[in-house]
Write a protein that binds this ligand. Structure first.
Ligand code: NAD
Length: 357
């Protein structure tokens, strides 16, 4: 792969590489776009089989963060960190602190947080070496686990979709099919049950522990993982994996809305067109699952307040309405409309901030 060509093609600003042989650290930080503010995004610990796979992944993910923050109305750009390691056996305090020094060396252009393969304790260690870290444990004055806010945001997205599909944002009496009953799905179901009457849930998971947790909630019926795509329901909520909306699964869907927490639900952008052609309203993943990044952003340069984070996350409802309006006006899929929303905000802010002050 030609890194510079890739960066020019997708508009990346910076790509940094760091090694510390004394602790076995091999890491990358990609900064996509800082028009709106410092690049914010998690650091992932993942044993990619090749350097090329790792570089492509971190560049792609950093760009995704630009879109997510921009569309959410945050004053942050997009960035991502990647430590090439196996989170089950390679992590140590020294590895994390070495990564913290890497972050510090970028002088605040990149703010790191938790991602796949990371724990809050790892972040605590990173924070020994840099102040450019967010999403810290509550014991350190941080916001702690992000999934409750992500689940709350997905619920707001569902309500906005319901308003569009059925003329009312109540989910009362609706049937929701959930793929993956982990942290975000649990928070989603709790939010729904707090406010809505008579909602029924089909739940699929590959983990027995997750399923027994799901069974404790009223209205839950467990189905096989493969059947979750074809159960008759009102809303399909992908809350586990990426790439699950593709040419094999889309024809099987029997829902009116797709709205869930999982990242990168579409295998290809064109799959959003196929979903739309089937008369299904797709809530773009990075719009509805922005609660997590909104939550951690509320820690940067301010004392974290859960109320403030909730208020900002509740705006996901309005954002989905905006995306639907763009999609209708321009006759494009909601996924493309979400990209327009983000790109337009970045372009507008670039103009507003170009003059000398
Ligand atoms: P989690 O690990 O707590 O839960 C995922 C669940 O999916 C697990 O119970 C797992 O067993 C299940 N699963 C895995 N493969 C499956 C399959 N093939 N079929 C059915 N179930 C399967 O994760 P989470 O924090 O709830 O995150 C879920 C998704 O949301 C991920 O894609 C994540 O990237 C995305 N997301 C999470 C947050 C957050 O704040 N946690 C924020 C934004 C996006």
């Amino acid at each position: 792969m030609n890194v510079l060509d890739y960066m020019e093609r997708y508009g990346h600003e910076q790509f940094s590489v760091y090694t510390d042989t004394s602790v076995g650290l091999r890491a990358f930080i990609a900064i996509h776009d800082t028009t709106l503010g410092p690049a914010l995004g998690g650091v992932r610990v993942w044993p990619h089989p090749t350097e090329e796979a790792a570089v492509t992944d971190v560049l792609r993910l950093s760009r995704g963060m630009t879109y997510k923050s921009a569309a959410a109305g945050l004053n942050f750009g997009g960035g991502k960190g990647l430590i090439m390691a196996d989170s089950r056996k390679d992590k140590s305090e020294s590895l994390m602190r070495a990564f913290g020094r890497f972050v510090e060396s970028l002088g605040g252009r990149y703010i790191t947080t938790e991602d796949v393969g990371m724990t809050l304790q790892d972040l605590e260690q990173i924070a020994q070496e840099t102040s450019h870290v967010t999403g810290l444990p509550i014991s350190m004055g941080g916001s702690g686990d992000t999934s409750p806010m992500t689940g709350f945001g997905v619920y707001q997205g569902m309500r906005a979709c319901a308003k569009e599909a059925w003329g009312s944002d109540s989910l009362a009496g609706r049937v929701v099919a959930i793929q993956g009953f982990g942290h975000t799905a649990t928070a989603l179901v709790e939010n729904i049950l707090k406010k809505e009457e008579g909602v029924k849930f089909f739940v699929a998971d590959i983990n027995e522990e997750s399923l027994s947790r799901a069974r404790q909630y009223p209205g839950v019926q467990v189905v096989d993982p493969d059947d979750i795509f074809s159960v008759a329901c009102d809303i399909f909520a992908p809350c586990a994996l990426g790439g699950i909306l593709n040419n094999k699964t889309i024809p099987r869907l029997r829902c009116r809305i797709v709205c869930g927490s999982a990242n990168n639900q579409l295998l290809e952008l064109e799959d959003a067109d196929a979903v739309q052609k089937r008369g299904i309203l797709y809530a773009p993943d990075y719009i509805v699952n922005a609660g997590g990044v909104i939550n951690v952003s509320c820690e940067v340069g301010a004392t974290y307040s859960e109320d403030a984070a909730r208020e900002k996350t509740a705006r996901i409802y309005d954002n989905i309405q905006r995306v639907i309006a763009i999609s209708k006006k321009q006759d494009i899929s909601t996924a493309r409309a979400a990209d327009h929303l983000a790109e337009e905000r970045i372009a507008a802010m670039r103009k507003v901030r170009q003059g000398y002050l």
